[in-house]
Design a protein around this ligand. Structure first.
Ligand SMILES: *Cc1c(COP(=O)(O)O)cnc(C)c1O
Length: 429
């Protein structure tokens, strides 16, 4: 709709003058002109500033995460901190030979080392990893999946739909609550089927309890077809050698790449931005011949990550290998922060802000990992619901409300932002 066709009969303000009058919103001029046009078209030029502010609010900006959910899907999952030079990068250039190199080789070797795989490769996210594995290893053939694992995982990852997109055919095995080795055996032996692999999917964000039976990767590995395990969360090693005190209780039962591969999975797939604490990415790790087969598919080219993501992922994996994850990887730094430290920080913020109280709360790892598990934490509380005011601060502070009390969980806030949080609280009306 243009301003010309909708302009009211009384003389409207000029678009340009109106746009200039809202310059203090701080947007590039064409966005101010757009806001002015839309306000005039709506018949109420005084709305120009609020339209421009809506545009500003829709821009991608850093926020302070006070929700207590560490890898918060709506806040970009795991926070990533790393430095990226404006320089060129040896993304596909081999510094030893001066010839063209592979963007997958170096990072693949690092990830393989970190999780005990023969080889690994990286795509844009885990949905892409699963799709590529299915297309490369089972395109036009059948894939056996337990009915209990034919799931939807947050953000529209649905196993039957990913399967269909890949060109592989889903063969349902067993029942929703119980699937045994013999069910898989029968599906593979059935003469109507052409089973290329078994896919085992970790139902990341929910838990089935009671009369439940699943078949372990170890048992499945005896079936004679490759077992691919979509573990989702990206925990590299259940022993957590990067944590000084070993694995925390809240990780209980979360499948880890190293152990699932050792149990006999031919490949595992997982996200880089959940428990791994890296940038958005999807990882395929396991048998070298199968990783090669995935990398050779034209689809791999369409799913390849860029240098920015690969730099951040290099940095993340090197931190695991150097065992500096609790200092260098924000996810683990936040997850491992001692309760007493959080309490001291909360008290200092409250003292500086001159308002708020300290309360116990529970943080969550987030991103659909470890359903039901929580980490004891400390919150700053404010009576009443202050979500809107906190969200309109600069930078926005995202909190939670329960029973008309606002909770700001200190665990998911970078300590470098504590003074910013104090200033935001101080300025609340
Ligand atoms: C999160 C998850 C996915 C989707 O991963 P994205 O990186 O969001 O594409 C797929 N499978 C499992 C088991 C998951 O937990």
């Amino acid at each position: 709709m243009s301003a010309d066709t909708n302009a009211p009969a009384s003389r409207p303000p000029s678009v340009d003058a109106l746009a200039r009058s809202i310059a203090h919103v701080g947007l590039p001029h064409p966005l101010l002109v757009d806001a002015a046009r839309r306000a005039i078209a709506s018949g109420d030029p005084t709305r120009a500033e609020s339209i421009a502010r809506d545009t500003a609010d829709a821009l991608l900006v850093p926020v302070i995460n006070g929700t207590g959910v560490i890898a918060h899907t709506n806040l970009g999952r795991s926070p990533v901190s790393f430095h990226h030079d404006a320089r060129a990068q040896n993304l596909e250039f081999d510094l030893r030979t001066g010839q063209r190199g592979s963007r997958q080789e170096g990072i693949g070797r690092l990830i393989a080392l970190a999780c005990g795989a023969e080889d690994a490769m990286v795509v844009n996210n885990n949905a892409a990893a699963v799709m590529l594995v299915l297309a490369a290893l089972a395109g036009g053939r059948d894939v056996a999946v337990s009915r209990g694992e034919s799931v939807e995982i947050g953000g529209g990852f649905r196993v039957p739909e990913v399967m269909e997109q890949s060109g592989a055919r889903l063969v349902d095995v067993g029942t929703t609550n119980r699937t045994r080795l013999n069910d898989y055996r029968k599906a593979i032996a059935h003469k109507k089927n052409d089973v290329a692999m078994v896919l085992k999917v970790h139902p990341s964000n929910y838990r089935v309890e009671g009369f439940v039976e699943e078949t372990s990767v170890h048992e499945l590995s005896s079936l004679g077809v490759p077992v691919v395990a979509d573990i989702g969360s990206g925990l590299l090693d259940a022993a957590c050698p990067w944590l000084p005190d070993g694995p925390p209780g809240w990780l209980n039962g979360e499948p880890a790449a190293r152990q699932v591969l050792a149990d006999g999975a031919a490949l595992v797939t997982f996200s880089g931005d959940k428990l791994m604490g890296g940038p958005q990415s999807g990882i395929i790790a396991g048998r070298a011949d199968l990783v090669k087969a995935c990398a050779a598919r034209p689809l791999a080219r369409a799913l390849r990550p860029g240098g920015l993501v690969l730099s951040a992922l290099h940095h993340t994996v090197l931190s695991y290998l150097a065992r500096t994850a609790t200092t260098d990887i924000p996810f683990w730094r936040m997850a491992a922060a001692p309760w007493a430290t959080l309490r001291t920080r909360a008290e200092a913020i409250i003292a500086a802000a001159g308002r708020g109280a300290v309360a116990d709360c529970d943080s969550l790892p987030g991103a659909g990992s470890t359903p039901g598990a929580s980490i004891p934490s400390v919150a700053i509380t404010l009576d009443g619901d202050h979500l809107v005011a906190l969200r309109s601060a600069s930078p926005p502070l995202i909190a939670r409300v329960r029973d008309d009390v606002t909770f700001i969980d200190v665990r998911t806030i970078d300590p470098a932002d504590d003074h910013v949080v104090a200033a935001i609280l101080r300025s609340l009306h």
